[in-house]
Ligand binder design. Structure first.
Ligand SMILES: Nc1nc2c(ncn2[C@@H]2O[C@H](COP(=O)(O)OP(=O)(O)OP(=O)(O)O)[C@@H](O)[C@H]2O)c(=O)[nH]1
Length: 360
C-alpha cells in the first residue's frame, strides 16, 4: 500500500518526477503559445523564437534524460527542483529581450511566476526565496541588457514600478508555496507515523498481530502453490514463562524492558526471510517460510537456548528468563488460524511439560 512519498519504490518516485516534468512542459507550452501569438503579430522576430524553442527543447531533453537514465538519483535532490526552476528562467528572459513591445513583455513576465510554484513540491522557505532572487535577478539582468542595447524599448521609471510589483507577487507566491510545502512535509510525517501505528507494536517495535496475520496469509498462499516438503511453512508460537511472576516481583516496567529484550534477541537469531512479530501480551510468533518441521523445531530450540542464556538487563542482577514454544507446519488447504491453533496447543504442551521447552 502506498501511503506517502517515502513509501514509494524508486520506480514509482521516478515516474512521479516524470509526471511533474510533463506538467512543467504544459506550462512551457502555454508560454510557447503566447510567444507564437507575439510572433504572429510581428512583435518578435523569427530567429529568436527558434532559438527560444531550441533552448526549451534542450533543457527538457536533458532533464528527461537524467531521470530516464537514473543519473538524477545521484543528486541530493533527485527531483532537481531548484535546477529546473532556475534554468527555465533563461529561455523566457532571452525571448523577452527580443520582444519589441514592452506591454507584450509583461505578459511573459506573468508566466514566469508559475515556474516558481513548482518549488512547493520540495523547497523550504529559504529555497523558495532563493528562486525569487533568481527570477528577479534574471529580470534585472534583462533590464540592464535592454538599457544597454535597446534603450528605446525600456522605460526605467515604469520598470521600477513593475519590479516592485513583481517582487511583491513573487514573495507572496514563495511564502504561500513554502506554507503548502511545510504542510505536505507534516502530512508525510503523520502518514508515516500512522502507517507505523497500524503495523508496528509500539513497545517492541516488532510487527503487530495485524501484520503477522497479513504476512501469514501471504506466506500460506505462496506455500499452497508449492508441493516440496522442504518448502513447508512453519510457525512457532512463543510465550514467556512465568511472566506474571516477573511483573509481580519486579514491576510492570521491568516486564516491559524484558519484552523489548526478547524482541531484540528474536530479531538477532532468526534468518533473513523469517518474520517475527508480537502476537499480543507476552506472546510472539515466528513465521518460518520454506522450512521443514524438523528445521523449524531446530530453530525454535536455538531461540529457546539464546533466550535462556541471555542476562536480561531489565531484571536486577542481570537475571534470566525462559520461553516455551509450540511449533506447527501449515497443512495444505487448512486456514492459517488452524495452523496457529495447533502451534498454540503445542505451546500448552510445552508449558505442561515444565516450561523452557519446544513442542513440535
Ligand atoms: N509488563 C508487561 N506485562 C504484560 C504485557 N502484556 C501482558 N503482560 C502480562 O503478562 C502476564 C501473563 O501472565 P500469564 O498469562 O498468567 O502467564 P505467565 O505468568 O507467563 O505463566 P505461563 O505462561 O504459564 O508461564 C500477565 O501478568 C500480563 O499482565 C505487557 O505489555 N507488559
Amino acid at each position: 500500500m502506498v501511503i506517502n512519498e517515502e513509501t514509494y519504490t524508486v520506480d514509482q518516485a521516478q515516474s512521479l518526477r516524470l509526471k511533474r516534468m510533463v506538467w512543467g512542459v504544459g506550462v512551457q507550452a502555454c508560454t510557447m503559445l503566447i510567444v507564437g501569438a507575439l510572433y504572429g503579430m510581428g512583435m518578435v522576430p523569427g530567429l529568436p523564437v527558434m532559438i527560444y524553442l531550441g533552448m526549451i527543447a534542450a533543457l527538457d531533453l536533458v532533464f528527461f534524460a537524467l531521470v530516464k537514465t537514473g543519473v538524477n538519483l545521484r543528486f541530493e535532490d533527485p527531483s532537481m527542483t531548484a535546477r529546473q526552476i532556475t534554468l527555465s528562467v533563461f529561455p523566457v528572459i532571452y525571448i523577452m529581450f527580443h520582444v519589441v513591445e514592452p506591454q507584450a513583455r509583461m505578459v511573459l513576465l506573468l508566466m514566469g511566476t508559475s515556474s516558481l510554484l513548482f518549488g512547493m513540491f520540495r523547497l523550504g522557505r529559504c529555497g523558495m526565496l532563493l528562486m525569487v532572487g533568481c527570477i528577479l535577478g534574471g529580470y534585472l539582468g534583462l533590464l540592464v541588457a535592454l538599457s544597454l542595447w535597446a534603450p528605446e524599448r525600456v522605460n526605467l521609471l515604469l520598470e521600477a514600478v513593475v519590479v516592485f510589483a513583481y517582487t511583491c507577487v513573487l514573495v507572496i507566491n514563495a511564502y504561500l508555496g513554502s506554507v503548502v510545502a511545510s504542510m505536505r512535509r507534516r502530512l508525510k510525517t503523520q502518514n508515516r507515523e500512522l502507517a507505523e501505528l497500524a503495523t508496528l507494536d509500539p513497545l517492541t517495535r516488532l510487527p503487530n498481530r495485524r501484520s503477522l496475520m497479513a504476512q501469514l496469509t501471504r506466506e500460506s498462499a505462496r506455500t499452497e502453490r508449492r508441493t516440496d516438503e522442504q518448502d513447508a511453512l512453519c510457525v512457532s508460537m512463543l510465550d514467556v514463562d512465568n511472566f506474571k511472576e516477573v511483573n509481580d516481583t519486579w514491576g510492570h516496567e521491568a516486564g516491559d524492558r524484558i519484552l523489548c529484550e526478547i524482541a531484540d534477541a528474536l530479531r538477532g537469531v532468526v534468518r533473513e526471510g523469517d518474520f517475527v512479530g508480537r502476537f499480543g501480551g507476552e506472546e510472539f510468533v515466528i513465521i518460518l517460510p520454506e522450512t521443514s518441521l524438523d528445521d523449524a523445531c531446530a530453530m525454535a530450540t536455538r531461540i529457546r537456548d539464546t533466550v535462556a542464556a541471555r542476562h536480561f538487563s531489565g531484571l536486577p542482577g542481570g537475571g534470566q528468563v525462559t520461553v516455551s514454544q509450540g511449533v506447527a507446519d501449515h497443512r495444505i488447504g487448512e486456514c492459517i488460524e488452524d495452523t496457529l491453533r495447533r502451534a498454540d496447543d503445542r505451546l500448552y504442551q510445552a508449558k505442561d511439560g515444565g516450561r523452557n521447552l519446544v513442542a513440535c
